[in-house]
Design a protein around this ligand. Structure first.
Ligand code: GRF
Length: 200
């Protein structure tokens, strides 16, 4: 199976996904694609010999459809079976999502359906949550709302601030996403559940 990964930043989730796709894993990365030509994840992917592309969203302004038309060119050319959004920070239109329906995953740093959208850790702390985590879900037009494929839980510590909580959740993202992708490419949709502390 061919996996395309979309990112906007450093690509730590991309790195973990890529390094999970080895040996008898049925999938391999076919493209790492970003909306930011300077995204650190692009250089990491290039260093590992993975096909990369970038379509800067800024010249398109508010014209989402035009940006997505440009983004679709390298994406279609890579012939992915699965698309993983991994720290991809652009909202995608229903038309774009429709083309990849049932084949596009996203990781979100909260225990959905709680805390859709941005600034999830600060919001969880402000709400006095004692538990937080991350979710991998299928992408549908509603933001952060598709069928949940897996979740990982972490405790919130007394002295946590958004950065310390984000770091704890990120270590679980790096384990949850590869586990969900593996099940997904084997057509296994049974939910993946992980707890703190990480096993390995
Ligand atoms: C992180 O905030 C992570 O929680 C979210 O995307 C951001 C960047 O991730 N999924 P990455 O290091 O670029 O994968």
């Amino acid at each position: 199976k061919r996996v395309a990964i979309l990112l906007s930043g450093g690509g730590s989730n991309m790195a973990c996904l890529v390094h999970s796709m080895t040996g008898d894993h049925p999938a391999r990365p076919c493209l790492v694609l970003s909306n930011d030509p300077e995204a650190g994840g692009l250089k990491r992917a290039r260093d590992w010999g993975i096909e990369t592309a970038a379509v800067d969203h800024r010249p398109f302004g508010k014209d989402r459809a035009a940006f997505e038309a440009a983004l679709s060119e390298p994406l279609r050319a890579a012939r992915p079976d699965v698309i993983c959004l991994a720290g991809f920070m652009r909202i995608l239109t229903a038309d774009f999502i429709a083309e990849w329906k049932g084949r596009m995953l996203n990781i979100h740093p909260s225990l959905l359906p709680k805390y859709r959208g941005l600034h999830t850790h600060a919001r969880a702390l402000d709400a006095g949550e004692t538990e937080a985590g991350c979710t991998v879900h299928e992408v549908i037009p509603d933001l952060d709302a598709g069928p949940i494929l897996g979740q990982a839980r972490v405790p919130v510590m007394q002295d946590d601030d958004p950065a310390t909580l984000a770091a704890r959740v990120l270590t679980m993202e790096h384990r949850l996403y590869p586990a969900v992708l593996h099940s997904f490419v084997l057509d296994d949709r049974s939910p993946v559940s992980m707890d703190w502390p990480p096993q390995d």
